[in-house]
Design a protein around this ligand. Structure first.
Ligand SMILES: Nc1ncnc2c1ncn2[C@@H]1O[C@H](COP(=O)(O)OP(=O)(O)OP(=O)(O)O)[C@@H](O)[C@H]1O
Length: 177
């Protein structure tokens, strides 16, 4: 629901999961299939400098949650967004109508991350994040469990199925308004 208590004409969907589970690939296909806007939060943070500098140890930007949420507030108001990010614990709960957690088997994810050049602590942290299902636990903790969907993302077939499932949810949402 929106801040005014009205149902949005088009839903906002958060697509989250450990890095490498396929959020960006899935959102980009889903955006083409449905016309929803794909917000790649990592890119937005870089583009608009919504961070407090670079963490050399973790090899990533230190995101400034307040600046990021302020930047996104207007974009989220009317719905129709696919938000692609590997974290879900600081966005306002009211922004999202569905929260999708992509999940990948350990050996598949390990290959994807090493192919990208991840190693050492960064590789270990991300593998542990997936093994302990941190994003699914966070999604259940921070959002109503009824709107959370966990979807497997191991193969191209999984990705097509996921785009199909999510396109269906978006269409059904429109029919119910
Ligand atoms: N379901 C899948 N089947 C096969 N390959 C996939 C699948 N999902 C992602 N990949 C591949 O894994 C790699 C990482 O995918 P992608 O960049 O979409 O992940 P991500 O979750 O957005 O990562 P990050 O959080 O780091 O941006 C890409 O090479 C992509 O083609």
């Amino acid at each position: 629901m929106t801040d005014q208590g009205r149902k949005r004409a088009t839903p906002n969907i958060l697509v989250t999961g450990t890095p490498g589970t396929g959020k960006t690939s899935t959102c980009s296909l889903l955006a083409s299939a449905t016309g929803l806007r794909h917000i790649n939060v990592g890119e937005l943070v870089k583009e608009k400098s919504l961070h407090d500098g670079w963490d050399a140890e973790l090899d990533c930007y230190v995101v400034n949650d307040d600046l990021l949420c302020d930047e996104m507030e207007d974009m989220m108001r009317d719905g129709g967004n696919l938000v692609d990010y590997h974290n879900c614990d600081f966005f306002p709960e009211r922004w999202f109508d569905y929260v999708v957690v992509l999940q990948t088997d350990n050996s598949v994810l390990y290959d994807r991350l090493t192919n990208r050049g991840y190693m050492g602590r960064k590789l270990q942290n991300n593998m542990e994040c997936e093994i302990f299902q941190v994003l699914l636990e966070d999604a259940h903790e921070f959002y109503n469990v009824d709107i959370v969907r966990a979807l497997p993302s191991n193969t191209i077939e999984d990705m097509s199925n996921n785009v199909e499932i999510l396109s269906g949810l978006i269409r059904a949402w429109g029919n119910n308004t």
